[in-house]
Design a protein around this ligand. Structure first.
Ligand SMILES: [Zn+2]
Length: 76
């Protein structure tokens, strides 16, 4: 059995996402950048979207985190 060269463990991470990935609010297009965290909710820089607390909401419109979608290209 063969595995792709770039395969990696995906425990607790949504398929196709990485800890560095930015997420965009589906309601107001606010972007969560894990390198910046979220000062509003006192999320420290370097916090992946995956580990945000369940009660975290969009700093722009207070939508739940489930409304966010991954941004494959980031914004760099
Ligand atoms: Zn929003």
């Amino acid at each position: 059995m063969q595995f792709p060269a770039g395969s990696f463990e995906r425990t607790g991470t949504a398929a196709g996402t990485t800890p560095e990935m930015c997420f965009e609010c589906g309601v107001c297009w606010q972007v969560y950048d894990p390198t910046e965290g979220d000062a509003v909710a006192q999320i420290p820089p370097g916090t992946p979207f995956d580990v945000l607390p369940e009660g975290w909401t969009c700093p722009g419109c207070e939508a739940s985190r489930h409304r966010f979608m991954p941004l494959p290209d980031g914004h760099g």
